[in-house]
Write a protein that binds this ligand. Structure first.
Ligand SMILES: [Zn+2]
Length: 455
């Protein structure tokens, strides 16, 4: 029996009309939106960018305007810096665990229960939406249970047994681990699901369609118009899932984290904006269903140790001057290297110009020149000077140097290539939003959502 349809209702007097109407005790529509690696600084610098870019517009990011604001700790079970699996498990299951575990307790044996199953049991439909593969750690935490997040094939095997109505993300990582096993295509089809990989198939999806896996590479927002964006995946999810049963939808902006690891500020800002467009889609839906919807926008942790300095007047021009994400320049550099037709000096010049950088401090310029020369040489990575390696880790020093220079000119500094322990911001909207204000821990999101759904 569908419990949700028989939930006790609360009578609320609408005095203006002199009559009472029934309001549901639990939300019928729930959006849990997770900016992976999106700390307060990431939200703030994207806000700064959009307000400076459109000064006549009165508003910044949709997610930053939601009325309820909370501060959330993200540490793993031992108090250390979390990975996406441990934090995803806390958000989804309301219980903390060790890094790498997807919905498994600390013993790596006891399965935990993601809130999406509570939603399903309560009669709601379920959507799992992400800008990265759906078998990546964060989305996996809402349906799969594995002791190690890298068990992508085992995660893929757990997609169709969920019975969830809508999965949408990039090419499954399990495809690379399927050699000698049933292919993910067959897993999906044998499970009675429809695999949708192109725009035509995606556009054809309609309300009431069920058991869908959308697999489409979104790319990066900075690299040009996306054929299908995270906002599109979210809007389609609403279209497919909407109905009297209501739905629970998890939406992840996964590449905010990836560009944070890469210390690529322009890419990071564009990914945060793309995520905010998805938030806008969800909020517009909630505006049409004010009595029975809940929207939560949060993060699993901060990535990159982003620090903000004073706003600089030409920030927008600085960010917009970068044409592609930094990692893409690496393929250009290796092309030059292979062709042998470009000297290190020219390569350096072109790299710096492609980032739109004109005035780089002499010391920084010297580092870039050294790094480009070493990238262009045959033994590139092995021959880099120790101080360069120390400064840039395993990443390409030339690209990293340009990215750090660009961030500096835009009023920000990356202080880490990893996740950090700094608390993240949660904002919320809808009748139950105030339950997500104040100070709390990431596991409280899972606990409170479960309480709400079970109420
Ligand atoms: Zn993460």
């Amino acid at each position: 029996m569908n419990r949700r349809l028989f939930i006790g209702s609360v009578a609320v007097a609408t005095s203006a009309l002199g009559m009472s109407r029934k309001l549901p005790a639990a939300p019928k529509y729930i959006f849990l939106m997770i900016g992976d690696g999106m700390g307060e600084a990431q939200r703030e610098i994207a806000e700064r960018y959009i307000r400076m870019k459109y000064p006549k517009r009165d508003t910044g990011l949709v997610m930053n305007q939601l009325p309820v604001r909370g501060k959330m700790t993200t540490h793993n079970i031992s108090g250390g810096i979390t990975d996406s699996a441990a934090s995803g498990t806390a958000l989804a299951c309301g219980q903390k665990t060790v890094d790498g575990a997807v919905c498994m307790a600390e013993d790596l044996k006891t399965p935990l229960r993601p809130v999406a199953y509570d939603a399903q049991e309560a009669g709601m439909k379920v959507g799992i939406v992400t800008s990265v593969p759906v078998d990546h750690a964060t989305p996996a935490c809402f349906y799969a249970r594995v002791p190690k997040r890298g068990m992508y094939y085992e995660i893929d095997e757990q997609i169709t047994p969920t019975g969830f109505e809508y999965f949408a993300g990039e090419t499954l990582l399990g495809r690379k681990k399927a050699k000698g096993k049933t292919s993910p295509d067959e897993l999906i089809q044998q499970g009675g699901y429809q695999l949708v990989q192109d725009r035509v198939g995606f556009d054809a999806l309609k309300n009431g369609d069920s058991k869908i896996v959308v697999e489409h590479d979104l790319g990066y927002a900075i690299d040009g118009k996306q054929e299908i964006s995270l906002a599109d995946l979210t809007a389609k999810g609403i279209e497919v899932l909407d109905g009297k049963q209501g739905f629970f939808m998890m939406v992840e902006g996964g590449k905010i984290d990836w560009s944070g690891h890469a210390n690529d500020l322009a890419t990071n800002i564009h990914e945060t904006l793309a995520f905010d467009e998805a938030v806008a889609v969800a909020k517009a839906f909630c505006d049409r269903h004010p009595d029975d919807s809940l929207l939560i926008v949060t993060a699993d942790h901060e990535t990159g140790g982003l620090e903000l300095e004073s706003a600089v007047p030409d920030m927008v021009a600085t960010i917009d001057a970068q044409e592609f994400r930094g990692q893409k320049y690496m393929s250009e550099v290796s092309g030059w290297k292979k062709s042998g037709s470009v000297s290190a000096e020219t390569a350096c010049d072109r790299l710096v110009k492609s980032f739109g950088l004109s005035s780089i401090p002499a010391e920084e310029a010297a580092h870039i020149q050294v790094a480009v020369a070493e990238t262009m040489s045959d033994e590139a990575d092995d021959t880099r000077a120790p101080e360069i390696q120390k400064m840039y880790g395993k990443r390409n020093a030339a690209v990293m140097s340009c990215q750090h220079a660009l961030a500096g000119q835009a009023g920000a500094t990356w202080t880490s290539y990893k996740h950090t322990l700094v608390p993240v911001t949660t904002t919320a909207y809808g009748r139950w939003a105030d339950r997500f204000g104040g100070d709390y821990d990431n596991a409280d999101i899972g606990k409170r959502l479960k309480q709400l759904i079970q109420s």
